[in-house]
Design a protein around this ligand. Structure first.
Ligand code: CMP
Length: 140
């Protein structure tokens, strides 16, 4: 399969515990290349837009609160089958169900504070990347 890009967020629980390097090591060891990366503080409007699909879920308010509670690292990852590959590397949304060796098994604290986000489809990856990066930010 041709090289693909996906969007990743290292969430506030990761930056708070100084885990950026440790998580990035797992990403790179899995063969994914970090081609774009920025540490930002998400605004409430950005978080609300980003998680709009979850608007009706009971945890939406908590999710927006958490994602704006501290700095996050937004990333563009590139590699073969990057969307599916990164979801495998992250592990299940609920860390209690995540497989050994995955980022969430190693580092996540709960289903809400689960260390990383990764796009769930190539279409969503494109839209999510476009929300946080300009083409000129992302090295080829
Ligand atoms: P993410 O991949 O960022 O996309 C949606 C997020 O909602 C998900 O990761 C979880 O962090 C969060 N989430 C899912 N289920 C729950 C839940 N039951 N309680 C709190 N947050 C949740």
């Amino acid at each position: 399969m041709a090289s693909e890009r996906t969007f990743s967020i290292l969430k506030p629980d990761a930056t708070r515990r100084n885990l950026t390097g440790a998580v990035n090591a797992v990403i790179e060891e899995a063969g994914l290349r970090i081609v774009g990366q920025r540490r930002i503080r998400m605004t409430r409007a950005q978080a609300e837009t980003f998680y709009e699909v979850h608007k009706e879920r009971p945890f939406y308010g908590e999710l927006v609160e958490f994602m704006t509670s501290g700095p996050v690292v937004v990333q563009v990852l590139e590699g073969e089958n990057a969307v599916a590959k990164y979801r495998e590397v992250m592990g299940a949304t609920n860390p209690a169900q995540a497989a050994e060796g995955t980022i969430r098994k190693k580092f996540a604290e709960s289903v809400g504070e689960n260390t990383v986000h990764g796009s769930d489809s190539p279409e969503n990856a494109k839209a999510e990347i476009a929300q946080f990066f300009q083409d000129s930010d992302i090295a080829a």
